[in-house]
Design a protein around this ligand. Structure first.
Ligand code: ZN
Length: 227
């Protein structure tokens, strides 16, 4: 566990990092100056080491220089402010900073935002833990096509509650992550559900992203991408 203390203007905050969660404790207002804590930077050596052989595989065709390391604040499911990190393509870095600032201001609950490398770049494991993530050099599940996540131009939000639902020829459905089946019936009302009335949908739409929940072949309710 490591603790970093920040003293900026009148706000004093501490960020506590554990293996799978980062909590931010404020001694003044819970509402922090958003521009200070929402940053996009080139991929540092330290971050690249975490990614190599995981999300950034040996055959990755996306130059490291086109990717950005983003830090954001967000509210967790426990209502506390947390620090999150993402890797995305430089083309959507400003979009993500603005969207996550708006989500933060609205106290929108996102359980965790960690690099998928913390899950060995295993998408199913990341989704099982309801981890919000972006860049991962991989194919679309069950296909040979490279996913938009490979370019860092797609993001999955609260994936456990917003699973990917595929109808199979035999009439049954395949759900990813598997434990997200309870949330595959979108006519039901439940917490953390992304639909057309949800702020996440509205913000990504405003920034020119396509929502996987609007696709016809399969429904990927966690997924937003920008071409
Ligand atoms: Zn996705």
């Amino acid at each position: 566990m490591k603790t970093i203390l920040f003293a900026l203007s009148l706000s004093f905050i501490s960020i506590t990092t554990t293996a799978h969660q980062t909590n931010v404790n404020t001694t003044t207002s819970q509402h922090l100056n958003t521009s200070t804590y929402f940053t996009a930077e080139p991929i540092s050596e330290a971050v690249f080491k975490r990614m190599q052989g995981k999300s950034y595989k040996a055959n990755c065709t996306i130059p490291r220089t086109e990717l950005r390391y983003i830090r954001v604040l967000h509210y967790g499911f426990d209502g506390k402010v947390k620090s999150g990190e993402l890797v995305c393509h430089q083309d959507i870095a400003d979009d993500l900073i603005e969207i996550f600032q708006e989500l933060y201001k609205a106290h929108y609950p996102i359980e965790r935002i960690q690099l998928i490398d913390d899950y060995n770049a295993d998408d199913e494991q990341s989704m099982l833990h309801n981890n919000t993530s972006c860049f991962n050099y991989r194919r679309v599940s069950g296909s040979k096509t490279l996913s938009y996540h490979s370019q860092g131009k797609a993001i999955d939000i609260n994936p456990l509650y917003n699973p990917c639902v595929k109808r199979l020829r035999n009439g049954s459905t395949s759900v990813s992550p598997k434990t997200g089946r309870a949330y595959s019936n979108r006519s039901k009302t439940f917490k953390y559900k992304i639909d057309h009335n949800d702020l996440v949908y509205k913000l990504f739409k405003k920034h020119g992203f396509t929502w996987g929940g609007d696709w016809k072949s399969l429904k990927d309710y966690q997924h937003f991408e920008k071409k």
